[in-house]
Design a protein around this ligand. Sequence first.
Ligand SMILES: Cc1ncc(COP(=O)(O)O)c(C=O)c1O
Length: 391
Amino acid sequence: MDSKEIMEAFDQYVVNTGSRFPVIYDHAEGATVWDKNGDKYIDMASGYGANSLGYGDEEWLHAVIEQLKKFQHTSNLYYHEIGAVVAEKLAKRSGMKKVFFSNSGGEANEAAYKIARKYGNTIADVHKNSILYMQTSFHGRTISETASTGSYPGMEAKFGPLTPGFFPVLINDVDDLRKQVAEHNPCAIIMELVQGEGGVIALDKEFVDTAVKLCRDNDILLIDDEVQAGIGRTGTFFTYEQYGFTPDIVSFAKGIGGGLPIGGVLTNEKTCNVLSAGEHGSTFGMNPAACAGANVVLDRMDDTFLQDVREKADYLRSELLAIDEVESLSGLGMMIGVNFKTRDYAQVVQELCAHGVLTITTHGRLRLLPPLTITKEEIDEALAVFHKLLD
Ligand SMILES: Cc1ncc(COP(=O)(O)O)c(C=O)c1O
């Protein structure tokens, strides 16, 4: 099929749930992608942050292929070594107790909600099951996540009735947080420490500290959605390390698989035994091939790797700020929101794509989520295009 035929087949046979850039992947290496026409792109989006080690990482490929040669899938009826290895590494690395594996971030947050609801309904001293979420959040696409996602308003009218019992809080508004806790007596609060879809906004430390204290004082579970911000993206393995607390539940996905579908929730002492056999599950969860990829990602993300991520993020940020048209940057580490002084961000994203740099939008600004292994040379190539378009 040529490029035109591929795009036509998508139009004809694929349900349209999002607009695609006119880039037809052919092959890729590092942070560089070549399309069917032989045109080259620097990838500053990495499949919404999932390709954390870029494309074609040899160790990752080898591990996944070797696992596939042994067996590709078991379901949760049986044990396998690579699952045990990854679960142990994740628990030890995060300071959490146990992990439930899913295939995606959405599935991870559903697991978090079920743990929170069961905890509130059957374990907490006071019976409770409402959940607070941040007004500009994004937690996924299921009916419960749509009910707790503020960054895509107007969904109740289209997909309602959404799951009841979810209530919004204004981000970084300590008074509203206290008010909603008092009003709704929640079993859990879910937050992204750096909101991805909501504009790449890092929550204020004071707001997070208040949420942590309210949760501790009132037996409320704090769910930290690190599906986008976790696994090295913000310069530490999990972003909560930078805020100085440990959540009750952490959801993760995207970067952990290096491009294969795997996610999950990490649970602490309080939450690790809430679910019992038969109450939750996922046919493909803990898929051995995805675990083999995750194992390489986990081993790679040592202190040296994360230091390198932080240095490259600092470099990219300072070079972006040196562009006159750039008004300000948001986010943390390699999760970067870019505000322009006069240019329309959505238009800039299209122009960058046409000139060989893949970026994405977020609420109100341009978003960069490059592979964490992007080289300085690749960053410079992308920056040269930013200059060409914006100077
Ligand atoms: C913070 C956050 N949570 C959850 C999700 C949902 O993840 P998935 O698309 O893997 O279901 C996303 C996806 O962008 C996300 O950014």
